[in-house]
Design a binder for this molecule. Structure first.
Ligand code: HPA
Ligand code: ZN
Length: 319
């Protein structure tokens, strides 16, 4: 669907399509343990978040140079633009690369080669959000923020991703305090596989402005009421939820009930190369399977811009 929209929950490493993975593997002399793109696609059957993350991190081995990251981002931006994305707030996972021996600068500068000219090349404005891996230590997150300081003119905010259960937001209190002091915006994945308490903690302890996923808020009516009252945006990812089994079926996805409850929902793709669709495909899926009408689709598109960091930035600049 080409309705103009902003994408607010997108992991750039999750846009690595099998064809590009093999191309980069050949370019960098990396051997992938899959015979071809079909064999790789066959591996895209996930039981849960962890089984996806194992493959997601494995395939990152093909990303080695600034140009690789630029090519990855350019390919995403072209696909997103074709599906009506006009603005993208893009997550990246620096620790997944620095632990393989890359410099954080290779990642940021590489992505920036594509992002820095994306308005001209693709008609898509962008922001970059640096995510900490929650299954790594708080010390590693702090060291990552320190290493990113020379690049903060290119980074709008921080996020929290990877294996959720057992890694509550409070573990990252200090690094989020430092990020706030550096003027960075704050978001976090919470309530994807983790309990509703993680959503509350992300708001109260980390000071997040948006919750990524947030699906499990539905188990706590008082939390839903708070999210509605405080207009906290949730970046939902319907096709991801099906593939990672956060919901049983797309037809059973609670998005319509969440909109009816007054939650500020947005629809996003998460890791589109792995989950079967980009932003427009997610909009198509919720229209076709959940029967959302034109007014609801427009509400979702409007919410995506409302929940973005775009307007605030412009307001700040005008001041
Ligand atoms: N959840 C948590 N971590 C992630 C995801 C996700 O959906 N995608 C990439 N890292
Ligand atoms: Zn995500």
């Amino acid at each position: 669907m080409s309705l103009p929209k902003a994408e607010l929950h997108l992991h750039i490493e999750g846009t690595l399509e099998p064809e590009l993975a093999f191309e980069l593997a050949a370019r960098n002399g990396v051997t992938l343990p899959y015979a071809d793109t079909d064999a790789l696609r066959e591996a895209y059957r996930f039981e849960d978040l962890q089984s996806f993350l194992d493959l997601y991190y494995e395939l990152m081995a093909v990303l080695r140079t600034e140009q690789d990251f630029a090519d990855l981002a350019d390919a995403y931006l072209a696909r997103a633009a074709a599906q009506g994305v006009r603005h993208a707030e893009i997550f990246f996972d620096p620790q997944a690369h620095t632990k393989r021996g890359l410099e954080i600068g290779t990642v940021v500068e590489g992505l920036w080669r594509a992002l820095g000219r994306s308005e001209e090349t693709h008609g898509v404005s962008t922001r970059l959000i640096m995510c900490f891996l929650r299954d790594d230590s708080a010390e590693s997150a702090l060291a990552t923020l320190r290493a990113a300081e020379p690049y903060l003119d290119r980074i709008t905010g921080v996020g929290l991703d990877s294996a959720e259960v057992g890694h509550p937001p409070v573990k990252f209190r200090e690094v989020y305090e430092r990020a706030a002091a550096l003027g960075l915006r704050r978001v976090a994945h919470a309530g994807e596989e983790g309990p509703p308490e993680y959503i509350t903690e992300a708001l109260d302890v980390l000071g997040v402005e948006r919750v990524d996923h947030g699906l499990r808020c539905l188990e706590d009516p008082a939390l839903v009421e708070r999210l509605v009252r405080e207009r906290v945006p949730l970046t939902l990812c319907p096709l991801s939820n099906v593939r990672l089994r956060a919901v049983d079926t797309l037809a059973g996805h609670p998005l319509p009930a969440m909109l009816d409850a007054g939650l500020l929902c947005t629809v996003n793709s998460d890791d589109p190369a792995y989950f079967g669709g980009y932003a427009g495909d997610n909009f198509d899926a919720v229209r076709d399977t959940l029967g959302l009408g034109e007014d609801r689709l427009r509400e979702l598109a409007r919410n995506s811009f409302l929940a973005s960091f775009l307007e605030d930035d412009e307001e700040r600049r005008a001041r």
